[in-house]
Design a protein around this ligand. Structure first.
Ligand code: PMP
Length: 404
């Protein structure tokens, strides 16, 4: 990226040191860092117009309501949703998925089948298992290859008239695989099944066009795209959101309440019980503005260069094995070094100022598939540099010499 130096200046945290070394932040798949432009929006909210929204007649409340609803429109436009009320603010992907899984309780019956991919994050497994326990539906798994690609021929065989729902991530957090979601959605629709795509890892790299994809539900966490934690979105087609019952009861989500009966508010408020994360929603919009200013095409192209360079350099390390070698993948590299526990490598890298993630990455079935306890995961963002890749590789060599 030609203006990488000026981009890095936007992120105050990148100037800090960890253990006396310059921070090399390579845990972007867990959470991204926050640029000053988004921090300023958060500070501005609390300094100038902090107020509860929607029902207030006073100026601050109206200002906060306008900014919050403007953010919803920004998100709608970014993901090309047809209607603004198809964007539900949630606390993040986990919350979004739980809204849908809970809502399907009354729409699913015993013996119905739910398909889930073999490379899901726990948050796209556990809510469906709970749904199956409640309803007697059956969870079936679309398997994957050693390279970390879904076996689409098996998917074809699994789909049948009993299939009611299909869940898959757009991009795997543990392997970086970009899944063929267009195909997955089209084939699921052909048997009448609804599809939820977990876009938590895709949103930082790709702009999903929900209308073009014709996806029924799409989920995002703002903290993966330079926004704050505790805010995200559930996109749902109006027809589906209309059918699903509310997830939580409380203020904001009602039309009228008496002790005899409550009627629910229209979309999107039906799914937004209680005082929302107002500042977070506004900052979510600001984060999208920030990333769009840089441009998702430029981001994807640069991250691909980082991926290629890092893959090549890491494979030069004797005994290093990369898990997830799909043809179509993003800038996530999961690896292990012969005979060394991933945690030990991560601990030494931390001492050298390098932040990576170690463990099962909330995707234990993937680790079971490879018969490993976990991996070291380096995940790169558009603000990382080739020099940081070199620092990582040298540090890994050092760790390896110390541990072997
Ligand atoms: N799905 C995927 C693919 C993820 O990477 C994550 C976050 N690690 C989640 C779901 C859950 O997101 P959150 O914790 O923000 O709800």
């Amino acid at each position: 990226m030609s203006h990488i130096d000026s981009i890095r200046k936007d992120f105050p945290i990148l100037k800090r040191e960890v253990n006396g070394k310059p921070l090399v932040y390579l845990d972007n798949a867990a959470t991204s860092q926050t640029p000053q432009q988004v921090i300023d929006v958060i500070v501005d909210y609390y300094q100038n117009y902090n107020a509860n929204i929607h029902r207030g007649v006073h100026a601050l409340s109206q200002e906060a309501t306008d900014k919050y609803e403007q953010a919803r429109i920004k998100i709608q436009q970014h993901f090309n949703a047809k209607k603004t009320h198809e964007i539900i603010f949630t606390s993040g992907t986990t919350h979004s998925i739980n809204i849908v899984a809970n809502g399907f309780t009354s729409l699913i019956k015993k013996g119905d089948e739910i398909l889930v991919s073999a490379m899901e994050h726990h948050s796209n497994i556990v809510p469906w298992q709970m749904l199956c326990e409640r309803t007697g539906a059956i969870l079936k798994v679309i398997p994957m290859s050693q390279e970390g690609e879904l076996l689409m021929n098996v998917y074809d065989d699994l789909l049948c008239d009993k299939t009611k729902l299909v869940f898959c991530n757009h991009i795997s957090n543990a392997l970086g695989t970009i899944n063929p979601i267009e195909d997955i959605i089209e084939k699921a629709h052909a048997v009448g099944a609804a599809v939820l795509i977990d876009g938590a890892q895709a949103a930082p790299h790709i702009v999903a066009d929900v209308q073009k994809l014709d996806v029924d539900f799409y989920t995002v966490s703002a903290h993966k795209i330079c926004g704050p934690t505790g805010i995200g979105m559930l996109y749902g087609k109006e027809e589906w959101l209309g059918k699903l019952p509310p997830y939580q009861g409380g203020g904001e989500m009602i039309a009228e309440v008496t002790f005899e009966k409550t009627t629910y508010a229209d979309l999107p408020h039906k799914f937004e019980a209680g005082t929302p994360n107002i500042c977070g929603g506004i900052a979510f919009g600001a984060a999208l503005d920030y990333m769009n200013e840089i441009g998702f095409d430029a981001i994807a192209a640069y991250e691909h260069e980082l991926l290629e360079y890092a893959t090549q350099k890491l494979l030069e390390v004797d005994g290093l094995k990369i898990y997830g070698t799909a043809k179509n993948k993003t800038s996530v590299i999961s690896f292990n070094i012969n005979g060394i526990h991933p945690y030990d490598i991560g601990t030494i890298l931390d001492k050298l100022g390098i932040a990576v993630r170690t463990g099962h990455h909330c995707a234990q079935p993937i680790m079971d598939f490879y018969k490993i306890p976990g991996t070291v995961r380096a995940s790169f963002s558009f603000y990382n540099t080739m020099e940081e890749v070199d620092v990582l590789v040298e540090a890994i060599k050092r760790a390896k010499n110390m541990l072997q």
